[in-house]
Ligand binder design. Structure first.
Ligand code: ATP
Length: 277
């Protein structure tokens, strides 16, 4: 029950320019959701129906949440984000009510994008041992998806690391019928993400904080030593490099101004940081 859940959902601030690489997925999302929101009449005239739901899948930390936010933002649509496990409630019927409430909120402020993160937790593959409660949640979600008419301009994006763990009924036509794989970045894609993070976080690279160190970071990202790094890992690396560079710069400033040896007292560091700002 965060404050973001209250009131009307407004478009998020994330845009395509905050995201590096993933060009194929962006293009697909643009055609599947952004364009239908912006130009509904064109799609109607041509008799093309936009997919009701898109499922983003792939390893964690590679931009699924960012993509969903950017789609809503580019379509100037409201955005409601729900984490699958958050909707699970031990009280009978409470989870279904929550699912219905999410769709009701979306209808009240269309166009709107609903993002179900960790959707596998909400709608696990139905098996014999699946509880009645889970079955009810799956059915509620299916009913809501089936009930969405295009004119309402409500689009649902699900995200999961484990698409094999999702109830297959959800993947039928008219439901989550578009599956997009959000892959780990490779080689130069990692460099592109690094640069995006630098721009986004406004890390002064040229003639500034990272200076020559930045070339080292880019070389690392491009090399196979960085294989397996996720977008989130890259963001952490860039932030870390910037923090280290800041600390070094502050240390040098300290030497020049006071010539002291102990640079690591928290109070000195704090006051230096304030001076630097
Ligand atoms: P999870 O499956 O863990 O929910 P996710 O795929 O939804 O992960 P995000 O939450 O969108 O991943 O990304 C986590 C963080 O990693 C972002 O806040 C961002 O800083 C960084 N990041 C990941 N991918 C990218 C990218 N392609 N471009 C820029 N930043 C990225």
């Amino acid at each position: 029950p965060s404050s973001k859940r209250e009131g009307f959902p407004s478009p998020p601030s994330t845009s395509w320019s905050d995201i590096g690489a993933l060009h194929g997925v962006r293009e697909e999302l643009h055609m599947a959701i952004v364009q239908p929101i912006r130009r509904p009449e064109v799609f109607k005239r041509l008799g093309i129906s936009a997919p009701r739901g898109v499922l983003l899948w792939g390893p964690p930390g590679n931009g699924k949440t960012m993509l969903a936010r950017a789609v809503a933002s580019e379509g100037r649509a409201g955005f409601i984000a729900v984490k699958g496990p958050e909707l699970l409630n031990k009280y009978v019927g409470e989870s279904e009510r929550s699912v219905r409430a999410v769709f009701a909120r979306a209808r009240a402020s269309s166009p709107c994008v609903i993002f179900f993160d960790e959707i596998d937790a909400l709608v696990p593959r139905r098996s014999d041992k699946l509880s009645e409660a889970s079955t009810n949640i799956v059915n509620t979600l299916l009913t809501e998806l089936d009930g969405l008419s295009e004119r309402k301009a409500i689009y649902v994006i699900g995200a999961t690391n484990r698409p094999d763990m999702i109830d297959p009924a959800l993947l039928r036509p008219g439901r989550f019928d578009k599956l997009l794989y959000v892959d780990l970045p490779k080689g130069l894609e990692r460099v592109e993400i690094g640069r995006t993070v630098v721009n986004r976080e406004q890390v002064p690279v040229r003639g500034g904080l990272l200076g020559d160190d930045w070339r080292g970071v880019e070389e690392l990202l491009a090399s196979d030593r960085a294989d397996g790094m996720s977008g989130a890992d890259i963001a952490a690396l860039v932030t870390e490099a910037a923090t280290t560079a800041l600390r070094d710069a502050l240390g040098q400033a300290m030497h020049h101004s006071h010539g002291e040896d102990d640079l690591h007292g928290p109070s000195t560091e704090q006051s230096l940081r304030e001076q630097a700002e």
